[in-house]
Design a protein around this ligand. Structure first.
Ligand code: GTP
Ligand code: MG
Length: 197
């Protein structure tokens, strides 16, 4: 799929105020600093569309981007960032979970995990929670440019081992690097297929 247009629409802290139409949407979630906003920029080919930072906690709201005038990409704040105050953290958690529970337009959530790290309890718990709530999701491994192919394979294997203890099948997954444009065609092709069906 070619991205012909990508524009920022709105930022919200309340799910009820998000765009009120029936366009299908795809949301990126994961720990702070995992590369959610960078992935949106890579996919759309617009370096400054979503705000990124080397410091965790950059994205603080629900951000809607309209793609090709007919579907949305959604950038969300990260979870599990210990340095925001407890009350701020609670607000993140609340509106993140509310977003997933209430947003009827959501077609698929992409849970981003840094390929360099072993499976972390917070990510596994979030995936578990999505599964229990019957919210469709795929896994996106990020920052693959930081590892050699063999190490990438090993990390995916360790995810498979752990996830297959809980699930019958490994969820769909993608290996990406925003600096190397890796995984772009696969992710956009996947979204395109769903949008066409
Ligand atoms: P929050 O908004 O704070 O939750 O973070 P985020 O998940 O949106 O991460 P963001 O896209 O802001 O990226 C965090 C840092 O990781 C930035 O310094 C990016 O340049 C870097 N980064 C993101 N993706 C990649 C990648 O694929 N490879 C490399 N090497 N660095 C990346
Ligand atoms: Mg961000």
């Amino acid at each position: 799929m070619d991205i012909k247009s990508a524009e920022f629409i709105v930022s919200n802290s309340e799910v009820s105020k998000c765009p009120n139409n029936n366009l299908p949407e795809y949301a990126f979630i994961g720990r702070s600093n995992v590369g959610k906003s960078s992935l949106i920029n890579m996919l759309t080919g617009k370096k400054k569309l979503a705000k990124t930072s080397g410091k965790p906690g950059k994205t603080q709201l629900i951000n809607h981007f309209l793609i090709n005038k007919n579907w949305h990409l959604v950038d969300l704040p990260g979870y599990g960032y210990a340095r925001v105050s407890k009350s701020t953290k609670k607000t993140f958690q609340k509106f993140i979970t509310q977003y997933f529970e209430k947003r009827k337009q959501l077609v698929c959530g992409f849970v981003l995990v840094d390929i360099r790290h072993d499976p972390q309890p917070i990510d596994l718990e979030f995936m578990q929670w999505l599964g229990e709530n019957l919210i469709p999701f795929s896994i996106v491994f990020t920052k693959a440019d930081k590892l050699k192919p063999k190490a990438i394979e090993n990390h995916i294997e360790s995810y498979k081992t752990i996830l297959l203890e809980f699930w019958e099948d490994m969820p769909n997954y993608f290996v990406t690097s925003s600096t190397k444009n890796m995984g772009k065609d696969e992710l956009l092709g996947y979204i395109d297929n769903i949008n066409q069906s």
